[in-house]
Design a protein around this ligand. Structure first.
Ligand SMILES: [Zn+2]
Length: 169
């Protein structure tokens, strides 16, 4: 497994001088370190998790967001039990997003498993960019829209609006 800190540090919980200086320069955060240690503990017992590459980790309002590579995301989608194991280790909700994803795919990842009807980008007169996602109405109540907006802002600096499809019947 690859994490933002060296595997030796992640195993021992003690940072080498290289990782220590990454922390003081702000290249990595305490959330990166905490997540690396927890995931390394899990990886010792789980071959799928042991193959993961975690690019970045961040805590957003008590939930963890793990930024992983695209192949890891496919593994997670195939086997939901892996995500549950990670959530047990972290003691709460864990969101997975793809490092390589476009903003559109990033937003779709966060809204998953809700069906995303469209994602559009808008620019305000002051140059600020807004991203609007329209979600199928039937999937609306399962979404924590406020949390998804906070994660978008923290991880990608995306100002996200979520709307629900109006069904006329
Ligand atoms: Zn290190």
């Amino acid at each position: 497994m690859k994490t933002p800190i060296c595997s030796f540090d992640a195993k021992t919980g003690v940072l080498c001088s290289k990782c220590e200086s990454k922390l003081s320069s702000g290249d990595i955060t305490h959330d990166d370190i905490d997540a690396s240690i927890r995931l390394t503990r899990l990886a010792e017992k789980n071959q799928d998790i042991n193959k993961f590459t975690v690019v970045r980790a961040a805590q957003v309002s008590g939930d963890y967001v793990l930024v992983v590579r695209s192949p890891d995301m496919s593994v997670l989608r195939h086997d939901p039990a892996i995500a549950r194991k990670v959530e047990n280790e972290f003691g709460g909700k864990v969101w997975f997003v793809e490092a390589e994803a476009s903003d559109r795919v990033f937003v779709e990842n966060l809204l998953y498993p809700a069906r995303v009807v469209s994602v559009n980008f808008f620019w305000l007169p002051d140059g600020a960019k807004l991203t609007k996602a329209v979600v199928a109405n039937k999937d609306a109540q399962r979404l924590d829209v406020k949390k998804i907006q906070q994660i978008s802002k923290t991880i990608r600096n995306i100002e996200l609006l979520v709307e629900f499809e109006q069904t006329n019947r």
